[in-house]
Structure formats: structure tokens, C-alpha cells
Design a protein around this ligand. Structure first.
Ligand SMILES: [Zn+2]
Length: 117
């Protein structure tokens, strides 16, 4: 029963990931367009390019997660090889590591998490 439930929940996460992928693709396209405009204005591009880099990185993470889903490897921790709890996957669907194996306490940029406050 556990396995069936997990499969069903991973199915939901696939939909979440596909939506995130689409959203980030659109965001990246908009950022590219904005960057071109800023460049022609001679404006400071630092903030825009940091956001572009973060979005590109997120897009890569999501693409990899979808690839793993395809191969049935999704949701397994890359560090300890255990199943990552669904709650953690729901919080960060493109994560590759369980909470125990995370190199630093949930502070990567671009995950939209404000837990520190
Ligand atoms: Zn782990």
C-alpha cells in the first residue's frame, strides 16, 4: 500500500514539476528579453543576470528531476540512497538530497523558501 501511495504522490509531483518547468521557461524568456532591453539602455545588468542565472539553474534542476521520474529514479536521495520523504519533495520537488544529506541548511538561492524569518 505504501508503494502504491508513493507512486500516486510522485505522479502528482510530476505535474507540479511540469508546471514549474513551464513557468521557469517563460520567466527565462522574459528575463532574456528584459536583459536585451537593459543592455541597449546601458543599465546595470547585475541584478537581472543573477536572477537569470538562478532561473536557469532551477530549470536545470527541474529538467533533471523530470528525467529521473522518467527513469523511475526520482525521489531517491543521491547521498544515502534512501527514499526522500514526500513532504520534502512537495516542498522542493527538484531536490536531489534528503534533509539529512543537504550540504547546508536550506539556504540555496532560488528555492523561494523564507523559513529563516
Ligand atoms: Zn540522504
Amino acid at each position: 500500500m505504501y508503494v502504491v501511495n508513493r507512486q500516486a504522490e510522485l505522479g502528482v509531483l510530476r505535474i507540479v514539476l511540469e508546471e514549474q518547468y513551464e513557468r521557469h521557461s517563460i520567466q527565462l524568456a522574459l528575463l532574456d528579453r528584459q536583459a536585451r532591453r537593459l543592455r541597449s539602455d546601458g543599465a546595470d545588468l547585475a541584478a537581472a543576470s543573477a536572477l537569470t542565472a538562478a532561473t536557469r539553474r532551477a530549470l536545470g534542476d527541474i529538467a533533471r528531476a523530470l528525467h529521473y521520474l522518467e527513469q523511475g529514479r526520482y525521489g531517491t536521495c543521491g547521498g544515502c540512497d534512501r527514499d526522500i520523504p514526500i513532504e520534502e519533495l512537495a516542498h522542493r520537488p527538484s531536490t536531489r538530497l534528503c534533509a539529512t544529506c543537504q550540504p547546508e541548511p536550506r539556504r540555496r538561492t532560488g528555492d523561494g523558501c523564507d523559513c529563516r524569518r
